[in-house]
Design a protein. Structure first.
Length: 234
């Protein structure tokens, strides 16, 4: 028995003395990392800022208003139908006046006070319940050459004077050349774009039924001039 133990001890000592034979391996020591309060605080602040940014973005995207849009071309004075209008959801600036989608039924059946273009928002001022040509009035189309077109844009509802200017050297029977020219009160209903090539603009002017034929005769003779009335309508 003693010989066996001695043999075992000699074997163990010989193994420990042989090169390349490792002894017992101790487990690695894991050092605990020091937590830095500053880094933790910065991380929390970044997470909070990111969450706040997402919240603001969601609020902006969600704050939209249903409004009425123009679906197709509508001429001045034309009665609006449901087919002329549409709906859209937009982020509406408080300064922009637009008809809300809930009020669509209130604008259907009214007339366009101005020319409406597809894709634009419909504003309350662009529609009217009144006919642009009132009972007892007539519509007189007047062609204006480029030199006769006022620099101020002609808009529906603008008051004008239709002035008769006789041809140079000609006077009317019983009237002297010093007499004040005749004039007719009118109101712009529509002004077209300048015609390609000629630049002529056609202006539809509403006048009283009694003055309509006279204004048309002046237009035919080329002796009519359109003058803008004063801002107060006088």
């Amino acid at each position: 028995m003693s010989r066996t133990r001695e043999a075992t001890g000699v074997a163990e000592r010989s193994l420990s003395q042989q090169p390349g034979v490792a002894g017992p391996v101790s487990p690695p020591r894991v050092s605990a990392r020091r937590r830095r309060p500053g880094v933790i605080a910065l991380s929390l602040a970044l997470i909070a800022a990111g969450g706040a940014g997402v919240a603001v973005l969601l609020l902006e995207v969600g704050d939209r208003t249903q409004v009425v849009t123009v679906a197709r071309d509508v001429q001045v004075g034309q009665v609006l139908t449901e087919q002329d209008l549409g709906r859209a959801s937009v982020a509406l600036d408080p300064a922009v006046k637009a008809v809300r989608a809930d009020d669509l039924d209130q604008v259907v059946g009214k007339r366009a006070a101005v020319e409406l273009r597809p894709g634009s928002l419909l504003a309350p001022s662009q529609v009217t319940k009144d006919s642009l040509v009132k009972p007892g009035e007539q519509l007189v189309p007047i062609g204006l050459e480029p030199k006769q077109i006022p620099a101020t844009a002609l808009v529906p509802g603008q008051k004008v004077l239709l002035v008769h200017v006789p041809a140079q050297g000609a006077t009317e029977t019983g009237k002297t050349s010093e007499a004040a020219p005749q004039s007719i009160d009118g109101r712009v209903v529509k002004a077209s774009n300048a015609a390609p090539g000629t630049g002529v603009v056609v202006v539809d002017v509403a006048t009283s039924a009694s003055d309509g034929p006279r204004a048309a005769a002046w237009v035919s003779a080329g002796t009519l001039r359109l003058v803008l009335a004063a801002p107060d309508g006088s």
